[in-house]
Design a protein around this ligand. Structure first.
Ligand code: COA
Ligand code: AMP
Length: 642
């Protein structure tokens, strides 16, 4: 039996023993005596009696262990030309001062802090400063519009917002501060104070009494010490799209997170002290939280914080320059970024300019399905293992991967390999699922190998995964735990093969993945439906060779309404950009006569999506009027360009 099989089996058969051992890697203020509290299913808590500080583990202890001069963070920003290295000692001092400044502004243990920042060092410093105080950060991605930011502010009710004057996209400056001002105007529960990083590329106005310039409050602040918190205290909230318009506040705790991050860094990503990890994901996403910030720092490695794109900053060699210049052992990004590079540099001309092979040992890809063509291209170009890993914001670390640090398993293109420790993954029969998940979930019936079904995970989930949704235990249960009794429903469909390799085929709900960014079609539909000319609408995620999926809208105009379809389409695209943000990549909406429905009135979104993807789906027998669907076929036909 290989190392993986032995360790995986132990983690499932004796989880408490397994995680107690993994927990030894953490410096606890009070080490765990109880490993798992299973007294209140379906709610489980890891390390319920332990105490620690995550920031101390990620920063201070490395200094205390004599590694204060090791580089913690390399800030590499091709969009500004900046390059700055922070040793662990420098990082500790900056974080302690930022924590002192936030404390002076009223932030304490358990208070929330919204972080709306581009990829600049202050973003990492702010996250760690919150962790130092036992405060709960919630980072909001800069590509979201003010109303999305306002919704997160109202759910989290922060004491403080930390933001910047601007972000920098390759072709434009993104003025963050006016968006923040607008969000604070829209919010019902705006905080009393903001700290703003003034960037020289575009400064902004500050509101007297409310806004504080980072440069005025942080450098002179009295450094704050780490505050000991319960392992079960929240470290952060990260909002993600659900099936409705309202984002879900995924909660991450302190203790389970520190243990799971540390385990995964050594065993999945194979990165440790003195080694460099380059995770090219915005800190607004789960990958950025886990593997740009916390994972590398918890193990005392060097993390590259990259403010740029895979292409255009300045060219398709950007990632390879970063690898060569900073000696990165591992690159972690989304398949869409590799597709962007491949599109511009399929022959690897830019790649050939850099000595990537001197340090690079693996490329990790997650966030969306890794298509075999991208896998093959990256493998042949880089000559290192290309590791597909499958996970979700909810889990915070891989559910399935090829754990290179533990044992290099054979790769099967199209599969993110095998379940990671603690994840008891099963493929269940969707036909058994209750029509409306409610108080009596169905018994999960496992499907045989190679049979597609709903991917579920037996409870309890391992440490590091969500214990609940912020302030909403009921929604946690109804969203994930009410379909199959004793299982967490991932929302992804797929199958396992005879060797236990997982194949993840895509979401079975209304969540779509656009360039590795997670969106809800329901949220987009809500924006379209609010237009006064729209009677009804549907948004479907259709396959796109570059972004994986893109949203497409179909709208029916209210009868008697006289509006030019092209004008309406333009207005709808503009509305989505203004209300959800450019991140939605919503570019196409068609005005149609009617939408295909079942006799009970449900819109046949999946059927439309499959037609738009060029497939020939079976038409449901419950369809109300097949002619409506037939009339849509030419509109839905795949765009030859994609
Ligand atoms: N602030 C403001 N606007 C932003 C933004 C930010 N932080 N990030 C993206 N946007 C804007 C972009 O400028 C773009 O605007 P446009 O419509 O005016 O062109 C829009 O949002 C869509 O962005 P994106 O989907 O990222 O497309 P892109 O063409 O700019 O870039 C990739 C495509 C592949 C280069 C980019 O998506 C990428 O690097 N993806 C990696 C995915 C990733 O990090 N996933 C996280 C999980 S691993
Ligand atoms: P997010 O919460 O933004 O990380 O998105 C999670 C969703 O992205 C998952 O539920 C999957 O649908 C998809 N996803 C992430 N990683 C992979 C992968 N390696 N293979 C297939 N789908 C993936």
């Amino acid at each position: 039996m290989g190392d993986y099989q032995r360790i995986y089996e132990q983690s499932i058969a004796r989880p408490e023993e397994f995680w107690a051992e993994a927990a030894r890697a953490i410096d606890w203020a009070r080490p765990p005596e109880q490993i798992l509290d299973a007294s209140r299913p379906p709610f489980y808590r890891w390390f319920p009696d332990a105490e620690l500080n995550t920031c101390f583990n990620a920063v201070d202890r490395h200094v205390a262990n004599g590694r204060g001069d090791a580089v913690a963070v390399v800030y590499d920003s091709p969009v500004t030309g900046a390059l700055r290295r922070y040793t662990y000692r420098e990082l500790r001092d900056e974080v302690a001062r930022a924590a002192g400044a936030f404390a002076a502004l009223g932030v304490g243990r358990g208070d929330r802090v919204i972080v709306y920042l581009p990829m600049i060092p202050e973003a990492v410093i702010t996250m760690l400063a919150c962790a130092r105080l036992g405060a709960v950060h919630s980072v909001v991605f800069g590509g979201f519009a003010p109303s999305e930011l306002a919704a997160r502010i109202d759910d989290a009710r922060p004491t403080l917002v930390v933001s910047a004057s601007c972000g920098i996209e390759p072709t434009r400056l993104v003025p963050y501060k006016p968006m923040l001002d607008e969000a604070l105007r829209l919010a019902a529960h705006p905080p009393a104070r903001c700290v703003i990083v003034q960037r020289e590329q575009q400064r902004c106005d500050l509101v007297a009494g409310r806004d504080h310039d980072w440069a005025d409050v942080v450098p002179g602040a009295a450094p704050a010490d780490p505050v000991t918190v319960a392992a079960t205290d929240p470290l952060y909230i990260l909002y993600t799209s659900g099936t409705t318009g309202r984002p879900k506040g995924i909660v991450r705790d302190n203790g389970g997170h520190a243990v799971a991050m540390t385990w995964s860094m050594a065993n999945v990503y194979d990165v440790g002290p003195g080694e460099t990890m380059f995770t090219a994901s915005d800190i607004g996403w789960a990958v950025g939280h886990s593997y740009t910030v916390y994972g590398p720092l918890l193990v005392g490695a060097t993390s590259v914080l990259y403010e740029g794109k895979p292409v255009g900053t300045p060219d398709a060699g950007a990632f390879w320059r970063v690898v060569a210049e900073h000696g990165a052992k591992v690159v972690f990004t989304a398949p869409t970024a590799i597709r962007a590079i491949k599109k511009e540099d399929s022959a690897g001309t830019h790649l050939a300019k850099y000595d990537v092979g001197a340090s690079l040992r693996a490329l990790y890809l997650a966030g969306e399905r890794l298509d075999p063509a991208t896998y093959e291209w990256a493998t042949s170009m880089l000559g290192v293992p290309v590791v597909d890993n499958w996970w979700q914001t909810e889990t915070g670390w891989p559910i399935a991967a090829n754990p290179l640090g533990l044992e290099r398993l054979p790769v099967k293109a199209g599969s993110p390999s095998v379940p990671m420790p603690g994840y008891d993954v099963r493929v269940l029969d969707p036909a058994q699922a209750p029509a409306d998940p409610g108080p009596t979930p169905a018994a999960g019936v496992e499907l045989p190998a190679h049979t597609e079904g709903a991917i579920a995970i037996r409870l309890p989930l391992p440490p590091g995964t969500l214990p609940t949704l912020w302030g909403d235990d009921d929604r946690y249960v109804s969203s994930y735990l009410s379909t199959f009794d004793g299982y967490y429903l991932t929302g992804d469909g797929g199958y396992v093969d005879e060797d236990g390799y997982l194949y993840v085929l895509g979401r079975t709900d209304d969540v779509i993945n656009v360039a590795g960014h997670r969106l809800s079609t329901g949220q987009l539909e809500a924006v379209l439906a609010a237009h006064p000319a729209v009677a009804e609408c549907a948004v479907v995620g259709v396959a796109d060779s570059f972004k994986g999926q893109v949203p497409r809208g179909l709208v029916v105009v209210k009868s008697g309404m006289d509006i030019d379809p092209a004008v309406l389409a333009g207005e709808l695209v503009a509305r989505v950009r203004a209300e959800i943000g450019p991140v939605a990549s919503f570019k196409r909406v068609d005005v149609v006569a009617a939408l295909p429905k079942t006799r009970s009135g449900k819109i046949l979104r999946r059927t439309m999506r499959e037609i738009a993807d060029g497939r020939s789906p079976a038409i449901p027998s419950t369809i109300e009027d097949p002619a409506v669907l037939d009339a849509l076929r030419p509109v839905l036909a795949p765009d030859p360009a994609t």
